[in-house]
Design a protein around this ligand. Structure first.
Ligand code: FAD
Ligand code: FES
Length: 259
């Protein structure tokens, strides 16, 4: 982990959807799938972003423009420099015979996880959900791995939620455990399904983060006191069982409750 900030040149920018771009940086420290870096844009902000792939060709981060920092990130071009600290967090533990469940931007860290599982020859299946086909990022790449898709409006794959697709997959065959990343409502539904099937799971969560090293308390989970930047962002059943606020509204930087 590199706590000090270094700057990195953006080698390439690619676009996956209307408001989603991936930047590729060179010579970034090695990270596990599920770990994240804090990316700094001078004069704007510093935010946590998961690794969406890491190879000898560089490290990729996939960003959706939803607010001031992420919208500014969409303006970054090849040749620009960004500040980076990390990697932070625990990351996913790699396992065999798993099912990966991704929703919305949650597919970004699952993409890197899938690459690593493939490299290690570990078997997995993948279900991915989005609002509609145009916001389903990395669709061709996931399709090559046999992924099944769900869209809310039904314009690709299963009509409905990715958790309905998850239940269907679990009726067809047995998996040893689940990995999931996406909106917290989706993660809460995955947890219920995993409990029904008595399956192990690893869920990647998001909270407001500032320091990234366990000191400021911004990312503490009520009940368990887990610091998502250190003990998370990937939580297992044992970790979530003591956590009161999972799946409920939580607070943003101004103290407002956020769902
Ligand atoms: C561990 C971790 C990993 C993350 N990885 C990624 C990643 O790989 N890619 C990525 O794009 N973001 C990721 N995020 C979210 C990212 O850190 C920022 O919160 C996000 O980019 C918005 O920042 P902002 O300053 O632009 O907008 P803000 O002012 O923080 O948010 C603007 C509005 O958008 C909402 N919002 C925030 N995030 C999302 C979202 N993902 N989808 C829909 N609405 C949202 C907020 O509630 C708010 O209403 C991650 C967060 C964490 C904690
Ligand atoms: S971000 Fe500061 S304790 Fe986690």
């Amino acid at each position: 982990m590199t706590v000090e900030m270094s700057t990195y040149v953006v080698a390439e920018v690619s676009q996956q959807a209307d408001l989603v771009k991936t930047i590729r940086l060179l010579d970034v420290p090695t990270a596990m799938p599920g770990q994240f870096f804090l990316i700094w844009l001078p004069g704007i902000d510093e935010k946590p972003i998961s690794v969406s792939n890491q190879t000898s060709a560089g490290t990729e981060f996939t960003i959706c423009g939803v607010g001031p920092w992420s919208t500014a990130m969409l303006q970054v071009e090849a040749g620009d420099r960004v500040g980076l600290r990390g990697p932070f967090g625990n990351g996913f533990a790699l396992a065999d015979n798993t099912l990966l469940v991704g929703g919305g931007m949650g597919v970004a860290p699952l993409r890197y996880l899938a690459h690593r599982l493939m490299e290690e020859g570990r078997s997995f299946d993948l279900v991915v959900g989005a609002r509609d086909a145009s916001s389903l990022i990395f669709r061709e790449e996931f399709g090559r791995w046999g992924a099944r898709f769900a869209t809310d409006n039904g314009d690709l794959g299963h009509v409905g939620t990715v958790t309905e697709l998850l239940s269907e997959m679990l009726r067809l065959r047995a998996y040893d455990s689940l990995y999931a990343c996406g909106p917290e409502g989706m993660l809460a539904a995955v947890r219920v399904i995993a409990d029904e099937h008595e399956m192990a799971y690893q869920l990647a969560l998001e909270r407001l983060m500032k320091c990234g090293i366990g000191l400021c308390g911004h990312c503490c989970m009520e009940g368990s006191g887990l610091r998502l930047c250190v003990e998370g962002p990937v939580l297992t059943r044992e970790m979530l069982d003591g956590t009161a606020e999972f799946g409920l509204p939580h607070r943003d930087g101004s103290g407002r409750r956020r769902t």
